[in-house]
Ligand binder design. Structure first.
Ligand code: DAH
Length: 337
């Protein structure tokens, strides 16, 4: 009898299957209450002589445990196989990656940069945290100029003044620090002003600065350059007009309007029925600025201009609220692919 049970144990150890039906037959064979081998063996236990009962009982329990262990093991095996298979089902359709889109400010900045690089302008950059010298003094701002006021400028430290640049004109000074004429460069970047946030104003925005210094640079060169830009950017029908203005770092200075591309100059609510939209400030570099930066103002002349990228983007796409650029609402951003 003992020998027979050992054979069964061996058989159970050898058994292997990944088919639920076969495992069920195996269970019935050993564990079924009616006619299962273990049921029969436990019945036979009664007839075993008393001195053999202990050993026989032990080995029957071993057989019973190995059957249940085997069944549990094989069932677990099937279950984990199913999980692995679902995780690796190569026939399932792939999940598409969400592709981002460039921010409208970057799109417009790149387009403006591209237009000016075609005219031979290089790109230069400067720090956002600046000193008073590069943002104001070297650009001919008088000491009491209101732009230096706490109400406009974010100061980081005072005496000596360290501040967030209020315009990219500071990069002009950085370029002149390192380079002598001829200079032909544009400087895109972020600027900061202490302004209440509204549909038309923000405390952070973007500008592009232009600077051209060489011998015999005239106001006509400035006008020609800006007209080329306007036609490239707004379309060949775009016209520009210059209005006299004032900036400390240019003399003479002008503000430039472009003909309203929405109404073609006839007048609409975007151009406030004037037919014109203001796009930038410009002028001939003030001789004081050239001299402050060690450039001979008798030999050299130059022009400079500066424009707000948010403003130009709003005009180009008819966007009415500046705050949209900073909210990063995906429904807004993906419209500019
Ligand atoms: N820096 C001026 C501003 O932030 C813009 C500007 C005007 C830049 C005239 C220039 C310029 O270079 O010549 O309002």
């Amino acid at each position: 009898m003992l020998e027979q049970v050992r054979k069964y144990i061996n058989e159970v150890e050898q058994f292997n299957s990944d088919k639920p039906e076969e495992i069920e037959l195996f269970r019935i064979k050993y564990l079924s209450k009616k006619g299962g081998l273990l049921t029969e063996l436990f019945n036979a236990f009664k007839t075993v002589p008393n001195d053999e009962k202990k050993d026989f009982g032990k080995i029957l329990n071993i057989l019973k445990d190995s059957v249940t262990d085997k069944i549990n093991y094989l069932n677990n095996q099937i279950e984990s196989n199913v999980q692995v298979k679902t995780a690796l089902d190569l026939s399932l359709p792939g999940s598409a990656e969400k592709i981002g889109s460039r921010h409208p400010i970057s799109i417009v900045k790149n387009e403006i940069v591209e237009i000016f690089t075609r005219l031979g302008f290089t790109i230069s950059e400067g720090p956002e945290i600046e000193d008073d010298y590069h943002v104001f003094s070297a650009l001919n701002f008088p000491p009491e100029h209101p732009a230096r006021d706490m109400q406009d400028t974010f100061f980081i430290e005072q005496n000596p003044d360290i501040l967030l640049r209020t315009h990219t004109s500071s990069v002009q000074v950085r370029v002149m620090d390192n380079q002598k004429p001829p200079i032909r460069t544009i400087s895109p970047g972020r600027v900061f002003r202490n302004e209440a946030i509204s549909a038309r104003a923000h405390c952070i925005f973007h500008q592009i600065e232009g600077l051209f210094i060489d011998e015999n640079v005239s106001f006509a060169d400035l006008k020609q350059t800006l007209e080329y830009f306007a036609k490239e950017f707004f379309g060949k029908d775009a016209k520009i007009r210059l209005r006299p203005s004032y900036f400390p770092f240019t003399e003479p200075s002008a503000e430039v309007d472009v003909s309203c591309s929405l109404c073609g100059g006839k007048g609409c609510n975007v151009c406030k029925y004037t037919g014109w939209l203001e796009i930038l400030g410009c002028g001939m570099v003030d001789p004081n600025v050239l001299e402050a930066n060690d450039i001979d103002s008798v030999k050299y002349t130059g022009f400079a201009f500066g424009m707000g990228i948010e403003r130009i983007t709003m005009l180009k796409y008819g966007i009415k609220d500046l705050r949209l650029f900073f909210e990063n609402d995906i429904r807004f951003l993906t419209q500019f692919k």
